[in-house]
Design a protein around this ligand. Structure first.
Ligand code: NAP
Length: 333
């Protein structure tokens, strides 16, 4: 059984804990919050849980072996580093880190300490995502792709009122590319590999981060466009274009509906996708398999693939962000 500790008590941590418990592989062992009452309110429905309001005490909980980190983006690095130094595996919410330097340091440290680092990129771990990835080579030459994820954030109301909520703050490594674009970049890099060149054209909000933007990832033979946004809504599908047809997806952040339109046969082929009830259950199960079988090379190979993917996605996001002149506090550390 994996003994799980939690940093960050917003709704996403609740969803992850429920997903983790539903796999039968985890127990909730400890909750950290800046306020005891918040930690208790979070942990109470899950039975016997230890609470901590300082990180030293939290990481000192011996029987907690794995920490899920869902703090604001810029705090992930410090939290992950301390957890790893205390000998814990870390599951870090997307986007795991702000810069390639942070990513490299955590990967090296996790290797040195013989613990696992996972980026909680839930879309990548969905079976539907893998099913589409396996299908792509069968559909012949890729001509390009277009991925969109734009959803109005109620926290943008605070920006309009002159505020700076974490998710729109450069101090906390916020913005549309970091928050939603990460799913699109994960898809591009997992399905097509590393692009040769990237460009991002951002519409910045008053805090200095991107409210929405358009990105281009250039490959040898095709381009992929990405469109993340948090200040408006998109109802567009995501698409992959082939010389003989088009794959149309409801989106790539949570794949539910996929149809292949074959131009020559003039027919539509529906690809069966069965999304999990809790969208975080598949990643929680995947991480558990690796943690529980540390010497099994089958899982070791998968783990190495995920780590390299996390590293590559981080690099692409960083390059996109730099091309748009979006600067975070984390850049000058
Ligand atoms: N996978 C997904 O589907 C998904 C969905 C949503 C979010 N996320 C990711 O989850 C992470 C958290 O996102 P969020 O929107 O929940 O962030 P958030 O509300 O800004 O903060 C999350 C938690 O961190 C703590 N916190 C907030 N501000 C802090 C500060 N200034 N200093 C120290 N701790 C602070 C709070 O916990 P305490 O008050 O208990 O300390 C809070 O509940 C992000 O990395 C985000 O990308 C993932």
């Amino acid at each position: 059984m994996i003994n799980l500790g939690i940093i960050g008590t917003n709704w996403i941590s609740g969803q992850f804990v429920e997903a983790a418990l539903s796999t039968g592989e985890y127990e909730l062992t400890a909750v950290y919050s800046r306020k005891l009452a918040t930690a208790q309110a979070f942990g109470e429905p899950f039975g016997e849980v230890e609470y901590a309001t300082d990180l030293h005490t939290f990481f000192g909980i011996q029987h907690m072996d794995t920490v899920y980190i869902a703090s604001p983006n810029s705090l992930h690095f410090g939290h992950a580093k301390e957890a790893i130094l205390a000998g814990k595996n870390v599951i870090v919410e997307k986007p795991a880190f702000s810069t390639p330097e942070e990513m490299d340091e955590i990967i090296s440290l996790a290797n040195e300490q013989h613990v696992f680092f996972f980026e909680a990129a839930r879309n990548f771990h969905e079976k539907g995502f893998q099913k589409v990835r396996d299908l792509l080579p069968l559909k012949n030459e890729i001509l390009g792709a277009s991925f969109t994820y734009m959803k109005y954030s109620s926290r943008y109301d605070q920006v309009l009122d002159g505020g700076e909520p974490n998710i729109f703050s450069p101090h906390f490594s916020g913005g549309a590319l970091m928050d939603l674009g990460v799913y699109l970049v994960y898809t591009a890099v997992a399905w097509f590999g590393m692009p040769n060149e990237v460009h991002y054209f951002a519409r910045k909000v008053s805090t200095g981060v991107d409210g929405l933007g358009w990105g281009i990832l250039r490959y040898d033979l095709f381009d992929v466009t990405i469109q993340p946004g948090k200040i408006g809504d998109s109802y567009a599908t995501s698409e992959v274009y082939f010389d003989k047809g088009t794959l149309v997806l409801n989106g790539v952040n949570a794949i539910e509906d996929v149809v292949y339109h074959d131009r020559n046969l003039k027919q539509r082929e529906k690809i069966e996708i069965h999304p999990a009830e809790n969208p975080m259950a598949e990643e929680a199960l995947n991480f558990a398999k690796v943690i529980s079988h540390p010497t099994d090379s089958k899982y070791g190979i998968l783990y190495e693939e995920w780590v390299e993917l996390a590293r590559n996605v981080n690099q692409v996001i960083y390059d996109l962000r730099k091309s748009a002149g979006i600067i975070f506090d984390a850049d000058s550390k």
